[in-house]
Design a protein around this ligand. Structure first.
Ligand SMILES: Cc1ncc(COP(=O)(O)O)c(C=O)c1O
Length: 330
């Protein structure tokens, strides 16, 4: 199951879903509106709505768009009852320790009976890891223990995400739900020394170059101060495009000649980099803000966030160019 919520983590949900349709069995999104947009774009594989309906109206829309609701409250079951609609498949969310959504294990039997009483018989049990990056943590162990208690009585289940899958703790009852790693991101090292290829290359070109003297500063607030005579490149991508304002001086930026470092605060429309050591760089030189190098999770480390947030926050202003990779698969 390919998770394409939040515009496919900023990659473009419709394009990604169209490209993934021959490769996956179903999609997952967070909310009904996202699923309806995919249906409107001609995506006809099953779509799971991870938050389930938010209202009776929402439940009706889900039924008419042939969506799969993930159910995690009694209210949602009430709405399903009131619509009287049938759903090909319903997911039942168990709160094993994330404490965000879902029925606690003791409530699962009664929630399940309410669903079966509505003739909803194809029920997939699901849960979500709170700390999948730490497979040995007490929290993960607690969650797996509770999952073991509820899944015994269920024929189908899904307790998985990227870190759980690459870390090999995802349970394999029936569905594997993959988001971030499908886009080539990884919060954990992969087994066997494998790495994932990032789907997103966030690119720009140097727009302006200048020399500044020792002691001169660059950008708002004069945060970065030249310790040597320095050659500064200005790149037309800022937080208005999705480059995080939190990026610290020293955040790596890729170029064809090597890595250069962010110098100065990120503006709305521009960033600045110290290119003194790479004299071949000039106006027009391409730069990679994240992609193959630097890797998005590396950049995220300089911004006190995770790569998930960086790719998801690429703004509308940034043009998205889509390439179909040719390779063994084609
Ligand atoms: C319920 C649920 N399942 C699966 C995923 C996919 O997670 P990941 O992107 O880490 O693979 C998410 C993402 O937040 C989620 O909320």
């Amino acid at each position: 199951m390919a998770v394409v919520k939040a515009d496919a983590y900023g990659h473009g949900a419709v394009k990604c879903a169209a490209a993934l349709s021959p490769l996956v069995d179903a999609f997952a999104v967070a909310i009904t509106e996202e699923a309806v947009a995919l249906r409107g774009a001609g995506i006809d594989l099953p779509i799971l709505v991870l938050q389930g309906p938010h209202s009776l109206e929402d439940a009706k829309i889900m039924s008419s768009a042939a969506l799969w609701p993930a159910i995690s409250t009694e209210h949602q079951i009430d709405w399903l009852e009131q619509t009287g609609a049938q759903f090909e498949q319903v997911w039942l969310k168990c709160d094993t320790g994330m404490h965000r959504l879902g029925f606690i294990p003791d409530e699962i039997t009664s929630a399940r009976s309410r669903l079966t009483a509505l003739s909803l018989s194809d029920i997939v049990m699901m849960s979500h890891f709170a700390d999948a990056e730490a497979p040995d943590s007490a929290l993960t162990e607690r969650q797996l223990l509770r999952w073991g208690q509820v899944i015994d009585a269920a024929p189908a289940g899904s307790f998985s995400n990227s870190a759980a899958t690459t870390g090999q703790i995802a349970t394999t009852e029936s569905w594997v739900r993959l988001g971030y790693s499908m886009y080539g991101g990884s919060l954990v090292a992969l087994p066997g020394g494998y790495s994932l290829k990032p789907v997103m290359q966030f690119e720009s070109r140097i727009a302006s170059v200048r020399w500044i003297d020792v002691g001169e500063s660059v950008g708002y607030g004069g945060r970065w101060v030249a310790r040597r005579r320095s050659r500064i490149a200005t790149i037309p991508a800022g937080y208005g495009d999705g480059y995080p304002r939190a990026a610290r001086d020293g955040t790596p930026i890729g170029t064809e000649k090597g890595t250069v470092l962010l110098a100065g605060k990120v503006s709305m429309d521009m960033i600045t980099a110290d290119i003194t050591d790479l004299p071949a760089l000039d106006v027009g030189s391409p730069v990679t803000l994240w992609g193959d190098s630097p890797y998005i999770d590396e950049v995220a480390g300089y911004c006190d966030t995770i790569g998930y947030e960086l790719c998801t926050r690429i703004t509308q202003r940034t043009p998205r160019l889509f390439h179909r990779l040719t390779g063994e698969r084609d």
